[in-house]
Design a protein around this ligand. Structure first.
Ligand SMILES: NC(=O)c1ccc[n+]([C@@H]2O[C@H](COP(=O)([O-])OP(=O)(O)OC[C@H]3O[C@@H](n4cnc5c(N)ncnc54)[C@H](OP(=O)(O)O)[C@@H]3O)[C@@H](O)[C@H]2O)c1
Length: 355
């Protein structure tokens, strides 16, 4: 039997849980790919009955957003799906604008689910192709990390008010297992020798694991945090990006059918598995087990039910490495949060981040 939680168990869990209580969700990156598959899975699991469902779809492209909302409406006619137009989410000020709009529209309400998958498929191999935002962050690193933590902290007061099966859920779709190198003295990868697609992912995954652990402690009993590796999902727009390098554009059409067959995760399965993070498998820190079918996951800090989980595509967990635990011993859990808040403060004050 393959390791992990079987898809029928995942689907039935979602179908039971999602319509069982009122649910308000915010999606980013759902105008395409994994975000849209996840949003559709949520709408489908809610179906035609159940408690109210309200979704804010934060995106740049109103045309694709409308098409996705239309699809959601077909399976969930009672759902309230609202498009929140944003700019470039690599910019913290644009993240703040989108969050402000959600907060205003919610009028003192709450957010039960924040599902983030906005990112480009930046296969940049070198420092020359690096794109810096006008706020001073590397655009790719920001999309994977700073922007997503900013969404989380800006919406945290609303997330902490959630009572949806016991707590709110933050999902960040991007592999927590990405681990090549971490540069404590160059977190922005400004040294030309440090920058690469893999290293940017590694820094993002490391900082996010630590910061989600810290936020899980601050939101004990209220919010759980799930950085999630979705597996290889070949049916997304990302793989069609015009900016991908020529070698990839030539090789991918040949490799894709085989990869899809051998290790691919289909779009319906992908959506269901993302929504599985709402289940009792991943409780907020300090909450007891509720579902006898689902063993409580071990948090990335080693505590059963720790509240922050490095989630693999199939409901299992991605363990941390020896190097990662050395960073923890060196105080990087706290240092990561301090660093991130400092970046936010500098940019918020209107200055360019240059460190
Ligand atoms: N697909 C996979 O096999 C796979 C595997 C591992 C990890 N992941 C990770 O999963 C996440 C989602 O991947 P995907 O395959 O679903 O990608 P995708 O199909 O390319 O979708 C990306 C989404 O992000 C939005 N976006 C991109 N840049 C943005 C920006 N600057 N500002 C605002 N929105 C922006 C896009 O909006 P527009 O419609 O406006 O462009 C789109 O909605 C990524 O972080 C990726 O690294 C994917």
């Amino acid at each position: 039997m393959p390791k992990g939680f079987p898809l029928p168990l995942v689907t039935i869990t979602n179908k039971t849980l999602i319509p069982s209580s009122p649910l308000t969700a915010v999606f980013t990156g759902a105008t395409a790919g994994i975000g849209s598959f996840s949003l559709l899975a949520l709408a489908k699991a809610h179906g035609t009955s159940g408690h109210p469902l309200r979704v804010y779809l934060v995106g740049r492209n109103s045309k694709t957003a409308t098409a996705i909302v239309d699809e959601c409406k077909k399976v969930c006619p009672s759902g309230d799906f609202r498009f929140v137009r944003c700019g470039d989410l690599a910019l913290l000020r644009d993240v703040d604008g989108a969050c402000r709009e959600v907060v205003e529209l919610e009028r003192g309400g709450r957010v039960d689910l924040l599902c983030m998958s906005h990112s480009s498929f930046s296969f940049t191999g070198s420092d020359d192709e690096k794109t810096e935002t006008t706020e001073g962050l590397d655009s790719f690193l920001s999309l994977l990390y700073y922007s997503r933590v900013r969404f989380t902290t800006q919406l945290l007061p609303l997330l902490q008010k959630s009572t949806f099966p016991r707590s709110a859920t933050v999902i960040s779709v991007f592999g927590p297992n990405r681990r090549t190198e971490f540069f404590p003295d160059d977190l922005s990868l400004r040294d030309p020798g440090h920058y690469s697609f893999m290293n940017a992912g590694s820094v993002a995954a490391t900082l996010k694991t630590f910061v989600f652990e810290e936020l899980a402690k601050k939101s004990a009993g209220q919010v759980r945090f799930c950085p999630y590796f979705p597996g290889l999902v070949t049916e997304t727009e990302g793989f069609k990006d015009e900016d991908l390098p020529l070698w990839f554009k030539v090789l991918w059409p040949v490799v894709r059918p085989v990869a899809k067959l051998l290790v691919g995760v289909g779009k319906l399965e992908c959506g269901e598995r993302v929504m599985f993070h709402l289940s009792g498998r991943f409780p907020a820190r300090g909450l007891d087990r509720v579902d006898p079918e689902l063993e409580v996951a071990v948090g990335s800090d080693g505590l059963v039910g720790g509240g922050a989980y490095r989630c693999d595509w199939n409901g299992e967990l991605v363990s941390t490495t020896k190097e990662f635990e050395t960073l923890r011993e060196e105080g990087w859990a706290e240092k990561s949060l301090d660093h991130t808040m400092r970046v936010f403060e500098i940019i918020e004050s209107g200055k360019l981040y240059t460190e």
